[in-house]
Design a protein around this ligand. Structure first.
Ligand code: SF4
Ligand code: SF4
Length: 339
């Protein structure tokens, strides 16, 4: 007797108010064959605006099939924030050829989807598109900044009873998207899978600081003072890696990189409201010389005491390398055996 092949896990990907960078990031998934990666995990990409040939009537027929239940919609992925303007009509973004706001398409499709996945910080919390005066009235799928609500409403749950799964990041890491879809397809997730902001905990239970190559400089508070310096970027250069949730320095980008490894401060792009921090991204806001944004879980008094102790014990090698663009002093050679 032959066993029937399991039904594929159908994914529909729509884009709204964003830059498309999350799709670009997705294509950097750690595989030489993106199609095979999905196929081997039992995932069928029904449609993606940049990767699919189908367009026009063929796409509209597919959307109708999903809405009517003729095609099972396992995961609705939305990249980009939803534009509710002008005046709540959603007509700043019409789905081509339909004279219908994307906002309404997404609301209808989210009703039939087994899971709804917000891809990137635009789709999760509003992100860059909702920054400044937000003339398009952009919002996330289930959040507006850190406040629940958004395009689908605070009480929305998908057909499987899940809130929107918020794969936050700007752009979001390709592996975060792939691992989310694979986990859903394999039915691996239980009720504890998401954090308090709806992000998958497999990556959001880490901090960007974990695994940062500048950790020795952080320990001794040996700080970079200008772009290209090797030192820790927290004290002067705006780094929020000790507060931002993400495993960027453990699950490297393109196998080798991260913002801090590239010389840029972490700007906490996985957090609601990162787009408007109230200070220049590359400068650390301070009061009386002490950074306002202190490491997560660390009381201010401890940080101040630790920082002053660390600074007084900074080895000359670490202090000199921190303000150079390459290592100028190598570590001393020490005997590491007991004999
Ligand atoms: S989250 Fe960032 S990278 Fe993704 S669509 Fe929005 S602006 Fe672009
Ligand atoms: S640069 Fe940022 S992430 Fe890296 S050690 Fe310093 S504070 Fe942590």
């Amino acid at each position: 007797m032959t066993m029937a092949a399991p039904e594929p896990f159908n994914v529909l990907w729509l884009q709204s108010g964003g830059c498309g960078g999350c799709s670009m990031s997705l294509l950097c998934a750690d595989t030489p064959d993106f199609d095979a990666l999905l196929r081997d995990a039992g995932i069928r990409l029904l449609w993606h605006p940049a990767l699919s040939e189908a367009t026009g009537d063929a796409l509209l027929a597919l959307l109708d099939d999903c809405l009517a239940g003729r095609v099972r919609l396992d995961a609705l992925c939305v990249e980009g924030s939803l534009l509710r303007g002008p005046h709540g009509s959603g007509r700043y973004h019409l789905l081509g050829g339909t004279d219908r706001p994307m906002l309404h398409w997404v609301q209808d499709l989210a009703r039939v989807a087994r899971y709804t996945v917000a891809v990137g910080t635009c789709a999760t919390y509003g992100g860059i598109t909702a920054g400044g005066p937000n003339p398009t009235d952009a919002c996330g799928l289930q959040y507006e900044g850190a406040v629940r609500g958004g395009a689908l409403g605070a009480d929305y749950t998908s057909r499987e009873g899940w809130p929107v799964i918020n794969v936050a990041g700007c752009p979001t890491h390709p592996d975060w998207v792939i691992e989310t879809l694979m986990s859903l397809a394999a039915g691996l997730w239980g009720p504890q899978a998401l954090d308090a902001l709806g992000r998958p905990r497999f990556y959001a239970d880490h901090l960007v600081h974990h695994g940062c190559a500048r950790n020795e400089f952080y320990e001794f508070k040996a700080s970079a003072e200008k772009p290209s310096d090797l030192g820790c970027l927290m004290e002067h250069m705006g780094c929020k890696g000790t507060q931002a949730h993400g495993d960027c320095n453990m699950r490297l980008w393109n196998g080798t990189g991260s913002c801090t490894r590239g010389g840029y401060a972490c700007i906490s792009c996985t957090e609601p409201g990162f787009e408007a921090p109230g200070h220049p991204f590359h400068l650390t806001p301070k009061i009386a010389g002490i950074p306002i944004g202190l490491p997560t879980d660390m009381p201010k008094a401890w940080f101040v005491a630790l920082a002053s102790l660390s600074k007084s014990a900074t080895p000359a090698r670490v202090r000199q390398n921190a303000v150079a663009d390459h290592q100028v002093v190598a570590p001393a050679i020490r005997k590491t055996t007991l004999k």
